[in-house]
Design a protein around this ligand. Structure first.
Ligand code: UDP
Length: 402
C-alpha cells in the first residue's frame, strides 16, 4: 500500500508536511465516500487512490458502493445525460425506481460517520433516507453548466439538504443554488500502475499482449464507449488523417458497471469501422487494464479526446503526465488542462477537419509534439496530482466538520 512519504520525491517535502498539518484536526474522524462503481470511469479511479491516502493521513475513511439493478443504472445514465443537457421522458416510474434503490441501500449502508461525501447523481437521494447527524457533501463530477431544467429542479430537492457541493470548474457554478459550492479539480495518482514510468520492454510486452503493432504512428482515444466521448467522430477524424499520414487508431474503452450504454455504442462503432478493423487500421479494445492504458498513453504519438461534454477528463491528465500531446474538444474541464498551442490543441467538438489537421501536424512534427509534451507534464505536476486533491478535501473537511 502506498503512503504519503512515497510522494515526497514527486511533490516535495512542503506538500507532504502541509497535508499532515491539514489532517491534524481530523485525526480519527470517520468519513465515508459513496459512489456507484468500484471500477470504470474517473470517479472510481480517484477514490482508489484518495481513500487509502486519507487513511494514511490519520482519518478513518470508508468507501461504499451503491448497489443498483440494471434498471436503476439505465435510469441514472439517462439522468446523467439530462444533467449534461439532453432531453428526457421524466416519468414518475423513473423517479420511484431511483429513490427505491437508494432507500434499499440505506438499510445496509450503515452510515453513521462524521461526514458523508456522495459522488455523482446515482446516490444523491441517499440523504433523504437518513436522519441527518453530520455534514453531507455532494461531489458532482458531471458538467452541469447547462442541465435539463426539469431534472435539475428535481435534483435540487436533494441538493438543498447538503452542506456543500463540489464541482470541477468555476463554469459549473449554479447561480440559483444557495448551497456552499467549492471547486476542486480532479487529479491523477502518479504512483498508480496507470501512471508510473514503464520500461520499454514492459510497454512492448503489453502492446503485444493486446495486439497493438507499433510499425505505424499511433493515435489513441481512451474512453468509455459513450456518445458524449464521440468515438464515431474520432473514426471520421481518423479517416481524414489517414489521407495524409499512414497511421493507426486505437479506441480503448472498458465497460463501467454503472454505464449500461457502453455495449450498444461499442457495437455501433464496431459496425462502422468494420473494414478498417479488418485491415488492422483501427483497433478496438474493451479490456480493463491499467498497464495497457499507461503503455498506450506513452506510446501514442497523439492522444485524442473528442468529447462533446467532459466534466474534467482524467484521460487527458494521464496523457499529459506522460508527455504526450493531446488534441481535444474545447469543452468543460478539458479547457482547464490544455492551453491551446502550448501542451496540445483545442477545437470545437464537431470540427473534424480541424482535429485532423492538428493531429496531422503533430504526426509530421515530432519535435513540436515533444515540446508540447514537456509543457503538459509540468501543468499536471503543478495542478492535478492526487496530493493536491487530498489537500483540497482536507481544507473542505476542516471547514465543514470542525
Ligand atoms: N479508463 C480505463 N480504461 C479504459 C477507458 C478508461 O482505465 O478503457 C480510465 C481512464 O484511464 C481514466 C478513467 O477511466 O482514468 C476515465 O476518466 P475520465 O475523467 O476521462 O472520464 P469518465 O469515464 O469519468 O467520464
Amino acid at each position: 500500500m502506498r503512503s504519503l512519504e512515497d510522494y515526497r520525491e514527486i511533490v516535495g517535502d512542503r506538500v507532504i508536511s502541509q497535508i499532515h498539518r491539514l489532517a491534524s484536526k481530523l485525526y480519527g474522524k470517520h468519513i465515508v465516500h459513496v459512489n456507484s462503481t468500484y471500477q470504470g470511469g474517473g470517479v472510481a479511479e480517484i477514490l482508489e487512490s484518495l481513500v487509502p491516502l486519507m487513511n494514511d493521513a490519520g482519518l478513518d475513511a470508508d468507501w461504499r458502493i451503491l448497489h443498483g439493478t440494471p434498471d436503476f443504472f439505465t435510469i441514472t445514465k439517462k439522468f446523467h445525460n439530462a444533467l449534461q443537457g439532453e432531453s428526457i421522458n421524466f416519468t414518475e416510474m423513473k423517479k420511484r425506481l431511483y429513490l427505491q434503490a437508494n432507500e434499499d441501500f440505506s438499510v445496509y449502508a450503515n452510515i453513521d460517520h462524521d461526514c458523508v461525501i456522495v459522488h455523482d447523481p446515482q446516490p444523491l437521494p441517499l440523504i433523504r433516507f437518513y436522519k441527518k447527524r453530520q455534514p453531507w457533501i455532494w461531489r458532482c463530477h458531471v458538467d452541469c453548466s447547462n442541465p435539463n431544467e426539469e431534472v435539475w429542479d428535481y435534483f435540487k430537492n436533494f441538493v438543498l439538504r447538503y452542506d456543500a457541493i463540489i464541482i470541477s470548474s468555476e463554469d459549473y457554478r449554479r447561480v440559483n443554488l444557495p448551497v456552499d459550492q467549492r471547486i476542486i479539480h480532479p487529479a491523477i495518482d502518479p504512483l498508480d500502475t496507470k501512471n508510473i514510468e514503464l520500461s520499454d520492454s514492459d510497454i512492448e510486452k503489453y502492446l503485444k499482449k493486446f495486439d497493438v503493432p507499433t510499425d505505424k504512428p499511433l493515435i489513441t482515444q481512451i474512453s468509455r464507449f459513450d456518445k458524449w466521448k464521440d468515438p464515431e467522430g474520432v473514426l471520421n477524424v481518423f479517416k481524414l488523417v489517414k489521407e495524409k499520414v499512414d497511421c493507426r487508431l486505437v479506441l480503448c474503452g472498458s465497460m463501467a458497471s454503472d454505464d449500461p450504454e457502453g455495449m450498444k455504442i461499442y457495437e455501433k462503432v464496431r459496425r462502422k469501422a468494420k473494414n478498417l478493423i479488418k485491415n488492422n487500421d483501427v483497433i478496438l479494445i474493451t479490456s480493463e487494464n491499467n498497464i495497457l492504458v499507461n503503455a498506450l498513453q506513452r506510446t501514442s504519438n497523439v492522444i485524442v479526446q473528442k468529447s462533446q461534454r467532459e466534466g474534467f477528463g482524467l484521460t487527458i491528465t494521464e496523457a499529459l503526465w506522460k508527455g504526450t500531446p493531446v488534441v481535444a474538444s474545447s469543452v468543460g474541464g478539458i479547457c482547464l488542462q490544455i492551453i491551446d498551442g502550448e501542451n496540445g490543441f483545442l477545437l470545437e467538438p464537431n470540427d473534424n477537419r480541424g482535429f485532423a489537421d492538428r493531429i496531422t501536424q503533430l504526426l509530421k512534427n515530432p519535435n513540436q509534439a515533444k515540446e508540447m509534451g514537456k509543457k503538459g507534464k509540468e501543468i499536471v505536476r503543478k495542478n492535478f496530482l492526487i496530493t493536491r486533491l487530498l489537500m483540497d478535501y482536507l481544507i473542505l473537511l476542516n471547514d465543514v466538520i470542525i
